[in-house]
Ligand binder design. Structure first.
Ligand SMILES: Cc1ncc(COP(=O)(O)O)c(C=O)c1O
Length: 366
């Protein structure tokens, strides 16, 4: 498995600089580019290309070890990958327990355009085989249940049946899991989460080693106009420079907290792929480099879950995850098919003992 090199990533730009050029990438906030005569220059118009996107995509490509295109949100990246690979009459398989907006996109829009959409739960994904599908979309670990599937096995079976695989790798990032190296055709990611890491912008990306798919994804971006703002691209670039150190802290803390929370009487059930008795543990050990920073906790009731989230001084009651600030929310409030007391907890960069003290204090008071 090719390992990303975060140290090399930090010097990608610096090692190609001429004397006097800025070490940090410039933010090019321009819709127009000087373009006299035939339009054969490097940059023509802000919907087509932008130097700040290019700086960002250089770094993203290094992390993914594959060509990458950036998008203004994770859903813009998911949409680009699906619109670039589907057509009327195509058959799409998506997880019934993954990020719910991907399901909405399929149900409310793709199916109206003649795509036949089938849903399966992550743990039973391979049941029934993949012969009936042109595109198989996977999310492992699933958000919010943290169930996993064998990506290499799915990729192999789908390819043998003539289909294409797309993996949403948002929850683990390329530092935690490398779907392309496991045979998956296309990776999508919400970089709003850990990749950006500071909860100050939305972004996403698509990565693939399939040239035809990337051409279609680029065309989709240019024609649909789903383009990132240069400032957001710049912010994501800056966030990526600390991804390694943030992600390391978050995953280490998540394991410590999971072990302690597993023994706390207020927790009815905990899911964390790093715990040896977690249903995802064996797969996580085999196919991920890290167990991630997300924990799923089930408390006795909705009221207790709300009280826990809202009284903990070091938890932001917020949707989304992957930021430097730990955050948590009850997923049933969005209609996810989970227990009313089910809480998704995103472990941030606070020192772990301080965080544990705050979490324990709030749980003990329930
Ligand atoms: C797994 C997953 N994929 C995609 C998305 C969509 O990302 P965005 O909110 O950046 O559009 C999310 C957002 O929560 C997510 O959790």
């Amino acid at each position: 498995m090719a390992k990303p090199k975060p140290g090399e990533m930090l010097h990608l730009r610096g090692n190609s600089l001429a004397k006097g050029e800025p070490v940090a990438p410039p933010l090019t906030q321009s819709s127009m580019f000087h373009l006299p005569g035939a339009p054969d220059g490097q940059y023509s118009y802000g919907r087509v290309d932008n130097p700040t996107w290019q700086h960002l995509e250089h770094v993203l490509s290094h992390l993914e070890d594959a060509p990458c295109l950036s998008f203004p949100s994770g859903m813009a990246a998911v949409s680009a990958a699906l619109f670039a690979t589907l057509k009327a009459g195509a058959r799409l398989l998506i997880p019934s327990d993954g990020y719910y907006v991907t399901r909405l996109l399929a149900d409310r829009f793709l199916s109206n355009l003649g795509v036949s959409v089938t849903e399966r739960p992550t743990t039973a994904y391979a049941e029934g085989g993949f012969e009936a599908f042109d595109v198989v979309f996977v999310e492992s670990p699933s958000n919010p249940g943290l169930d996993m599937i064998d990506l290499a096995a799915v990729a192999k079976q789908v390819r043998a049946a003539g289909g294409m695989t797309i993996a949403d790798n948002t929850t683990l990032t390329p530092l935690g899991q490398r779907p392309l190296d496991l045979g998956i055709d296309v990776v999508v990611s919400s970089d709003t989460k850990a990749m950006g890491g500071h909860s100050d912008m939305l972004m996403g990306h698509v990565a693939s080693r399939n040239t035809h798919v990337m051409e279609r994804v680029e065309e989709w971006r240019r024609v649909s106009g789903a383009i990132p703002g240069p400032h957001e691209a710049w912010l994501l670039h800056r966030g990526l420079e600390t991804l390694d150190v943030r992600y390391d802290r978050m995953c280490n803390s998540a394991l410590v907290l999971a072990e302690r929370l597993a023994g706390h009487p207020a927790i009815k059930r905990i899911r964390y792929p790093g715990l040896p008795d977690d249903p995802s543990h064996e797969l996580a050990k085999a196919q991920t480099a890290r167990f991630g920073f997300l924990l799923s906790l089930t408390l006795d009731s909705e009221d207790k879950a709300e009280a826990f989230i809202n009284t903990c001084a070091l938890l932001r009651p917020a949707t989304s995850f992957g930021g430097v600030h730990s955050s948590a929310e009850r997923r049933a409030r969005w209609g996810d098919d989970v227990d009313p007391g089910f809480v998704r907890l995103s472990v941030g960069c606070e020192p772990v003992e301080e965080l544990w003290h705050a979490i324990k204090t709030s749980l003990n008071a329930l």
